[in-house]
Design a protein around this ligand. Structure first.
Ligand SMILES: NC(=O)c1ccc[n+]([C@@H]2O[C@H](COP(=O)([O-])OP(=O)(O)OC[C@H]3O[C@@H](n4cnc5c(N)ncnc54)[C@H](OP(=O)(O)O)[C@@H]3O)[C@@H](O)[C@H]2O)c1
Length: 234
């Protein structure tokens, strides 16, 4: 599959490139084609050093979108709305993945600060053509963990979207990253709950006594046997 990563020169986008380039053709998008090409060359040579012959190209964001079947919007939230409005005509019927977390810092605390649409993912759905299928995913995965191929990433990736087959495609992208488990969280409105987990995780990691660094999300069974699981929900 051809995957465009808009803002793929940033930490999070580069992490996804590192993890997916062995199996998919990647186009790094940037506002500057030169920056994207340089980044593509650097990532290719880094992966070649690990024996991976990746197909990575770099392009200006709109060209990257037009060439791709799936687009990750790896942009800072505060610039995402005007960027997506500007790029709107480049979209056709792609799957658009949003890892975008609208949050702001209040002193030491991070707050979830969603737009009027309810979440960043819902905002993208409203801004983009109706033929685009927006899927929210990867909010609780850290860029530094993605970028370090020697690091095992454990936990769950919560996926929300209104189109089941698009969510399956994104779930398969999660499965490429060993030990990560994709979980279907429901329709795109659930993105309002998922995006808010990131500031929560950051706040947990800021409290010294918690001893938590680089937190993620893992859903555990609170009932040890199947019988008890049934009774939990009865
Ligand atoms: N970092 C994480 O650990 C993490 C974890 C989960 C989710 N996320 C989400 O992933 C997204 C990307 O995160 P990131 O840390 O990679 O962000 P970032 O490094 O700050 O920015 C990503 C790219 O966006 C472009 N960009 C920067 N400023 C811009 C501006 N003023 N206008 C338009 N484009 C601009 C840049 O690409 P060019 O200059 O090449 O155009 C930059 O390389 C965010 O929405 C974040 O919430 C991040």
């Amino acid at each position: 599959m051809k995957i465009a990563i808009v803002g793929g020169t940033g930490d999070f986008g580069q992490g996804l490139v590192m993890r997916w380039a062995d199996e998919h053709e990647i186009i790094i998008g940037s506002r500057e084609a030169d920056r994207a090409e340089t980044s593509a060359q650097e990532m290719s040579s880094m992966l070649r050093g690990r024996g991976i012959e990746a197909r990575i190209r770099g392009m200006e964001n709109c060209d990257a979108i037009e060439e791709s079947e799936l687009v990750v919007l790896s942009l800072p939230y505060k610039h995402a709305r005007p960027m997506v409005v500007d790029m709107k005509d480049s979209f056709g019927d792609q799957i658009v993945v949003s890892p975008v977390v609208p949050m702001s810092r209040v002193g030491k605390r991070f707050d979830y600060t969603p737009p009027a649409e309810g979440s960043a993912a819902l905002m993208f759905r409203d801004l983009l053509p109706p033929s685009v299928k927006v899927v929210a995913a990867f909010h609780t995965i850290s860029a530094s963990s993605l970028q370090n191929l020697d690091r095992t990433l454990e936990g769950d990736v919560l996926i929300a979207g209104d189109d089941s087959s698009s969510k399956q495609v994104v779930a398969d992208l999660v499965r490429i990253i060993e030990h990560l488990r994709p979980l279907d969280a429901g329709d795109l409105k659930v993105s309002t709950q998922i995006e808010g987990l990131t500031p929560l995780l950051l706040n947990l990691s800021k409290v010294d006594g918690n001893g938590i660094k680089c937190p993620g999300i893992a859903i555990v069974l609170s009932c040890p046997t199947e019988k008890k699981i049934e009774s939990c929900h009865s």
